[in-house]
Design a protein around this ligand. Sequence first.
Ligand code: MRU
Length: 344
Amino acid sequence: MKSIEWRNNTVRFLDQTELPLREAYVETSDLSVLADAIIRLKVRGAPLLGIAAAYGILLGIQSAKNSSKEAMQLLFEESARRIAATRPTAKNLFWALERMRNVLRLNPRENALTLFEKLEAEAVAIHKEDRVMCDQIGSIGAELIPPGAKILTHCNTGALATGGIGTAFGVIQTAHMMNRKIHVYADETRPLLQGARLTMWELKNAGIPATLITDNTAAWTVKSKKIDLIIVGADRIAANGDSANKIGTYNLALVAKAHGIPFYIAAPTSTIDCSLQHGGEIPIEERSVDEVIGAFGKQMAPDGVNVYNPAFDVTPNELISAIITEKGIIRAPYVRTIAEAVKQ
Ligand code: MRU
């Protein structure tokens, strides 16, 4: 299964809204199709959004391959604007656009065709590097997983959300491969059920012992099933360690503190945004009321009610036991340790 691929000047992606029932792929050479897929969460998860953004640039500029460099630069900026307007929270999306823009900056004298080839190489490198980072996060993070651990996770952080084995899921999968005899409890993750539809699908495919719970069962599960640790991914991490992740993550961090168990974030350093001092500065996406009232075809609340539907929340750094990155495990004081990790 490849959640996204660049092949023959097209992007091929798995439509995640069809899971777990159908493995349906979409192939497109049209940036509008990819941008719409990102908005609708057919393609989702912070690291995957970075990869999709880089491939999206290629789709947006390829019609200028044989014209002038100036024409290509104009298309680049227009494409970058469209991609940046899809989802505001995942840092990786903006990080990847910046990496692609740097290729333009560093090659002012190249013609359009050579520029395209260099941008294509950069997009493919972003994808490959993400795969390597996932492996590193997996093996570094697995050291924090004791034998027999009961682990709670939220949303989806596996191969569907990244270019590799995943972030938090990469840690879980690596611990499983090391025969640590773990058991995973996965929150269903309302309103769009990434935990139920996607994480349970990945856990089942990987043969990892797992149990699905509703989100409001989490605190009781931690107590009654004696959960050893909670591990999740992140969409954007501020310079002080405050971390935005799927709505409901903050609840879990509070539950972890109340029960004295570790709460870990696993994310590549490309998710860290040192331009933001704290989590209050992280842009939080708010999504349609329809997702809460009737996401899967059945109306669940009366017409016209008020709905608040933020897609993410911010967990304050003091609730985070450690951040597992490809460069190592970062612990408080985060302002110093994050700055050091990003510089490396
Ligand atoms: O809205 P989504 O499904 O894109 O949200 C995804 C998450 O919140 C993930 O936990 C996060 O991106 C980390 S993915 C490795």
